[in-house]
Design a protein around this ligand. Structure first.
Ligand code: GLP
Length: 256
């Protein structure tokens, strides 16, 4: 795992954008995995400024969706991805997929989404944020480390964290459809972005803690091409901070 500590949020976004741009220009980015949340926003903003035709042409798959929000609800991840990613990056909305969180389609939503990803040839680069529970996508603690896209129940902590987007905490849905940890591990490369001190404990558990379903993001320790990009506050609880900085300083440019 590569750990990159940047001085602030916008530098973290620029670093991740450099990585994505390099893959796009090398023609190795046909399918992009996209995440909601505030952490990847600096990355999307940086990519938008660079105006890359190869990014506009990518197929994209969101990680997750709430269950049961009415179509067009502003906080459904379909709407959020539309606003924050599709429009901003100039992608074709018809090529951006989000899991089906409608009640009617729930029993087959996971299977259908897995098939769509497989038919697209798999995800080349998966962008991830991390929740304070250590979740990636909406894979909450005790998620199977080999799980596939399916319905999950949100923890109270995640519902509290996400309440800021809804009129009242009770309006936060209790269920979601999320890519599984096994689905995320299948991406050819993953880039996790975490910013702010609220994420410091989850980042330390994911990067330096034991591999355990109690911190779902720790499954990335099993990925052969995983990069964790953090700002200083999010890096605060990492024990090997100076080592990561040294690795980055000495790294040959062809390896980035
Ligand atoms: C949600 C999403 C995650 C995201 C997390 C953190 O729960 N399902 O994919 O990583 O929020 O969001 P933020 O970056 O806003 O803290």
């Amino acid at each position: 795992m590569q750990v990159v500590i940047m001085p602030n949020e916008s530098a973290a976004g620029e670093f991740a954008a450099d990585m994505v741009e390099r893959r796009a220009k090398a023609d190795s980015l046909r399918v992009l995995g996209i995440a909601t949340g505030s952490s990847p926003l600096p990355l999307y903003k940086a990519l938008a400024r660079r105006d890359l035709p190869a990014i506009r042409a990518t197929r994209a798959f969101a990680l997750d969706e709430y269950v049961g929000l009415p179509p067009g609800h502003p906080e459904s991840y379909r709407s959020v991805i539309g606003r924050e990613v599709t429009v901003r990056l100039g992608m074709d909305p018809g090529r951006v997929e989000v899991p089906d969180g409608s009640i009617d389609g729930l029993s087959t939503a996971g299977e259908r989404y897995e098939r769509l990803i497989a038919d697209a040839g798999g995800i080349d680069v998966q962008i991830l944020g991390i929740g304070t529970t250590g979740h990636i996508g909406f894979n909450e603690p005790t998620s199977s480390l080999t799980s596939r896209t399916r319905v999950k129940t949100l923890t109270e902590q995640t519902r509290r964290d996400n309440a800021r987007f809804f009129p009242s905490p009770d309006d936060v849905p209790r269920h979601c459809v999320t890519q599984g940890l096994g689905t995320i591990l299948d991406a050819r490369e993953v880039i996790l972005i975490a910013v702010g001190s609220r994420k410091a404990a989850a980042v330390a558990a994911a990067v330096e803690g034991p591999l355990t379903s109690m911190c779902p993001a720790s499954v990335l320790q099993m990925h052969s091409r995983a990069t964790v990009v953090v700002d200083e506050p999010a890096a605060r609880e990492l024990r090997l901070r100076s080592y990561y900085t040294e690795v980055l300083r000495l790294r040959p440019t062809w390896q980035i």
